[in-house]
Write a protein that binds this ligand. Structure first.
Ligand SMILES: [Zn+2]
Ligand SMILES: [Zn+2]
Length: 115
């Protein structure tokens, strides 16, 4: 079942469709803003993807143990989900949820809509 969106939020911003709004800079900036406020997935608590230089143990070809600097990656890619579609284009903070890619995908599979 696809959710029917009844809103004029994106229309008042001059977009022809919800899709067009989602690929706009306005939505991109709103996502960046939300992720800056909540840099964690609301469901699984995974932090926003980041990297850190770490001192790690490695072995050389000759079997000698050495310590080297390596960049390690943590966290997940975060996305912003609409919990309430009636305000799309003019979202309130409580209509949006920061989720990681996996939890976001699951949320849509459960709700059955594709936004
Ligand atoms: Zn998650
Ligand atoms: Zn979503």
């Amino acid at each position: 079942m696809k959710l029917k969106i009844i809103t004029t939020g994106w229309e008042s911003l001059g977009f022809k469709s919800y899709k067009e709004y989602l690929s706009s800079d306005i939505w991109k900036e709103r996502q960046i803003y939300m992720i800056r406020l909540y840099p964690y997935c609301k469901i699984c608590n995974a932090p926003k993807r980041y990297s850190k230089l770490m001192r790690v143990k490695r072995k050389t070809k000759e079997g000698v143990r050495i310590m080297v600097w390596e960049r390690e990656y943590f966290g997940k890619t975060l996305q912003v989900h609409h919990t309430n579609y009636s305000s799309c284009g003019d979202e309130h903070q409580e209509d949006l949820q920061v989720l990681c890619y996996g939890c976001h995908k699951n949320t849509h599979e459960v709700s059955g809509n594709d936004i």
